[in-house]
Design a protein around this ligand. Structure first.
Ligand code: AMP
Ligand code: TRP
Length: 328
């Protein structure tokens, strides 16, 4: 009865990639029996940068479908779309009013993203971490399983919760980030100095979860390596290190075993074998995705069940918050 609560979110910015899978989703699936889980497609976060409405609508459904296809099930996990539960936007406003601007100015993700857009940056992008805090705090979340890039945002959520509790009395649980020891930062294939990301201009940088076997083989084949020969987990050689780490995460083998297996083999062998491992790992997910999106109405039904459950819990929390602040 007393399972700890887990909450995490994922943006609807186009196809999910191996970094999302290994850094986040795979762990959500693996831990789902152990916790009481809420997983959210954060579409209100997605619109902090410009989106085409039709494309956005499709992306939201694709991401939600992929979450179920990856193995989340409605018995153990509440899966829903953020904008279907009004409390998220509402709590974000209330938290805005106690969050110092200075805290947000320190967020590295905002600095990175805003640099690319300059004057066009929306207020929403600046406020993004407060909405994320609202997501997390609405559900009395203990743990937030995310990739390394989200650590700072989860810490900010904790600070906001603490500030609120100090000012108005205990309302929020203080959340902790849960970052996988390996896989928290999967790097790009073309540029292994940077994390694999959806927005990377080079289309060969990321393996997407719905890529065909040929696309996977071709992207890995072109992956950046180095001019050495031996195949070792050596962090000073980011290309090879990243490929080996992906291999490790997907096969579950020990590092020593993997190094032994590839001893005397070429980079070409590594890339070819890794391609087959990736293809086989994604195959069941891709099959389930096709099945469940082929079934008329199935996804909508699942998402409406999710939204209803999330809404009930979130509304209750929101009521407490209004009362504490003196608005009720
Ligand atoms: P996003 O697609 O930015 O909404 O991220 C969804 C989840 O995937 C978050 O928990 C991220 O931290 C995680 N994630 C995104 N990119 C990577 C990556 N390259 N390596 C590991 N985790 C990642
Ligand atoms: N900011 C997260 C990302 O880019 C997505 C997110 C939104 C999230 N709300 C969240 C993650 C709440 C964890 C918990 O990946």
């Amino acid at each position: 009865m007393d399972k700890k609560r887990v909450f995490s979110g994922i943006q609807a910015t186009g196809s999910l990639h191996l970094g999302n899978y290994l850094g986040a989703i795979k762990n959500w699936v693996k831990m789902q029996e152990q916790f009481d889980n809420y997983f959210c497609v954060v579409d209100l976060h997605t619109i902090t940068v410009p989106q085409d409405p039709e494309v956005l609508r499709n992306n939201i459904r694709e991401v939600a479908g992929l979450l179920f296809a990856a193995g989340l099930n409605e018995k153990s996990s509440v899966v829903f779309i953020q904008s279907h539960v009004r409390a998220h936007a509402e709590l974000a406003w209330l938290l805005n009013c106690i969050t110092p601007m200075g805290w947000l100015h320190r967020m590295t993700q905002f600095k990175d993203k805003s640099e690319k857009q300059k004057e066009d940056v929306s207020v929403g992008l600046f406020d993004y971490p407060v909405l994320q805090a609202a997501d997390i705090l609405l559900y009395d979340t203990h743990f937030v399983p995310v990739g390394e890039d989200q650590k700072q945002h989860v810490e900010l959520s904790r600070d906001i919760a603490q500030r609120f509790n100090y000012r108005y009395g205990d309302v929020f649980v203080l959340p902790d980030a849960m970052i996988p020891p390996v896989g928290g930062r999967v790097m790009g294939l073309a540029n292994p100095e940077k994390k694999m990301s959806k927005s990377e201009d080079n289309k060969n940088d990321a393996i997407f979860l719905l890529d065909s076997p040929d696309q996977i083989r071709s992207k890995l084949k072109r992956g950046t390596t180095d001019s050495m020969r031996d195949i070792k987990f050596d962090e000073t050689r980011p290309g090879i290190y990243n490929l080996l780490t992906i291999y490790q995460l997907l096969t579950g083998k020990e590092r020593s075993e993997i190094e032994e297996h590839f001893s005397g083999k070429s980079y070409k062998d590594l890339k070819e074998q890794l391609a087959e491992v990736v293809i086989e790992s994604l195959r069941p997910l891709q099959e389930r995705y096709r099945e469940l999106t082929g079934e008329e109405g199935y996804l909508d039904e699942m998402l409406s069940i999710g939204a209803e459950k999330a809404d009930a819990r979130a509304e209750e929390k929101l009521r407490q918050v209004y009362k504490k602040i003196g608005l009720r």
